[in-house]
Design a protein around this ligand. Structure first.
Ligand code: FES
Ligand SMILES: [Fe+2]
Length: 394
């Protein structure tokens, strides 16, 4: 994609500078602030986040009119809005002058104005367009000052923000934001979300963990604990992730049984996980389909958020009914993670076992190998050498 949906990307902070001999107090102050920003960058780098990816920040519906919304991604505070032309934008929620959150300011459809001294920034590029206090004597180049600014795209009802790593320049081109796969023109779509008081890694391995189903998700509409049985599933490597190869889903899950009864055709399910945080599932039976995506997004190192979107063309499944079951399902996961967080506070030793925890091991290896390949510039090594069958009881 072309960078900056509504203008070129901005820089990470103030860009005014001066030579040693002419260095003003203002520039020295800025340099001190840069040093503090560098410390913050190092802290963020150690938080176990994966930078240079798209993350969903807010729902599209939250950006209406001249409202400014806030979000936090990877411990970066963001202010988001929509220009009068309808384009979404995301800036660091911090004025480059003296750090006032820009979200306390106002948006006039094109420009965000800080509430403290009225500095004005172009919403689409973060570029400063006016400093009201400057007199005709002042030589400060206003256009060289930028508020932190991030690429921003809308997909499937979410506003996605491309979180380039702190202190780095955006590349010329970046991939398009992720989009949910759909298989017909007409379909229903719905969104659910919940917060987990966990580090992103625990959120993600909780998402892909097959063995908790019979214990956490017991319910009349899904499955019973007694239905636990041995399973064998084939997995294959895909770029930046792995796929549970297309298969007929578990016979102990009621919704899949129902689908097969209606179409009279086999149900096939394909489940992918790709870095940094995306699990997709596609279920198809004849002309009927169901497609979902769950992302686990790091908010802070001790907080992440699941965003779940599902689309389907099953006429017999109203959004309200699906939402009711989906919410109950997510609440079960959420309560489990809240309880687990209590135990994790004391830094216990943990273990991952074969085969039920193998996907979690792949996740950690994928993440480590990606970071290593970015560091060295060498191609990323995939932790799987080919298809493999995993067996577990669930
Ligand atoms: S802090 Fe924003 S204009 Fe001064
Ligand atoms: Fe779960």
């Amino acid at each position: 994609m072309r960078l900056g949906q509504c203008g070129p990307p901005g820089k990470a902070g103030p860009t005014e500078s001066g030579s040693e001999s002419t260095m003003s107090e203002a520039v020295r102050t800025m340099m001190r602030m840069d040093a503090e920003a560098a410390q913050e960058t190092a802290a963020q780098a150690n938080a176990g986040f994966l930078w240079d990816f798209w993350y969903p920040a807010v729902r599209s519906t939250e950006l209406a009119g001249q409202k400014l919304a806030t979000a936090m991604l990877l411990e970066v505070p963001l202010v988001l809005g929509r220009t009068s032309e309808g384009n979404v934008f995301a800036m660091r929620d911090s004025c480059p002058h003296r750090g006032m959150p820009l979200s306390y300011g106002r948006l006039d459809g094109k420009v965000v104005e800080c509430c403290y001294h009225g500095w004005r920034f172009d919403a689409c590029s973060g570029q400063c367009v006016e400093i009201p206090s400057l007199s005709s004597q002042d030589k400060l180049r206003v256009d060289r000052i930028f508020a932190g600014h991030y690429p921003c795209e809308e997909r499937d009802g979410y506003v996605w923000v491309y979180m380039n790593s702190p202190g780095s320049k955006l590349p010329e081109t970046i991939p398009a934001a992720p989009a949910l796969t759909v298989f017909s023109h007409k379909y229903k779509i719905t969104h659910l979300s919940c917060e987990l008081p966990s580090h992103i890694d625990h959120g993600i391995i909780g998402l892909m963990d097959p063995a908790h189903g019979p214990f956490v998700h017991q319910s009349w509409f899904w499955r019973k604990r007694a239905s636990i049985h041995e399973k064998a599933k084939q997995f294959e490597p895909i770029p930046n992730g792995f796929r549970m190869s297309p298969h007929s889903p578990s016979t102990n899950s009621a919704p899949y049984q129902l689908l097969q009864k209606i179409t009279g055709e086999p149900v096939t399910t394909t489940i992918d996980f790709v870095l940094p945080n995306i699990r997709t599932e596609e279920d198809r039976s004849g002309k009927l389909w169901f497609s979902s995506r769950a992302t686990v997004t790091p908010v802070r190192r001790d907080l992440c958020r699941i965003d779940f979107v599902a689309a389907w063309n099953l006429v017999f499944l109203p959004v309200t009914i699906f939402k009711m079951f989906g919410k109950a399902f997510l609440r079960q996961d959420q309560q489990t993670m809240i309880n687990q967080a209590e135990g994790l506070k004391h830094n216990p030793r943990l273990m991952l076992i074969d085969d039920a925890d193998r996907p979690a091991k792949w996740y950690f290896s994928l993440k480590a190998n990606l970071i290593e390949s970015r560091r060295t510039g060498a191609p990323m090594v995939h932790p799987m050498s080919g298809p493999v069958t995993l067996r577990w009881r669930s």
